[in-house]
Write a protein that binds this ligand. Structure first.
Ligand SMILES: [Zn+2]
Length: 79
């Protein structure tokens, strides 16, 4: 199990996401961004737009995705 923060994923806050796989954490961050924006949190709007842009343009989003996977791989296990 590893933990990454919203900030490490390009967002503005210190909310943490834990998982055994980078994909789990990426998914949790997507949900977190969507919820934050839905709740009127304007500080998450830029990160939310960037996330939507990645879905629309998977090729350009790949760089971000690979970086997150690399960051995740470099993290220590925290159980
Ligand atoms: Zn956040």
């Amino acid at each position: 199990m590893k933990t990454m923060t919203c900030k490490q994923l390009g967002g503005p806050c210190d909310q943490t996401h834990s998982g055994d796989d980078a994909n789990v954490i990426i998914k949790a961050q997507d949900t977190h961004l969507r919820e934050a924006v839905k709740n009127g949190d304007s500080s998450h709007e830029d990160a939310f737009k960037a996330m939507k842009g990645r879905w629309k343009n998977p090729f350009a989003g790949m760089g971000w995705y690979n970086q997150v996977k690399k960051d995740f791989a470099d993290l220590p296990e925290n159980n």
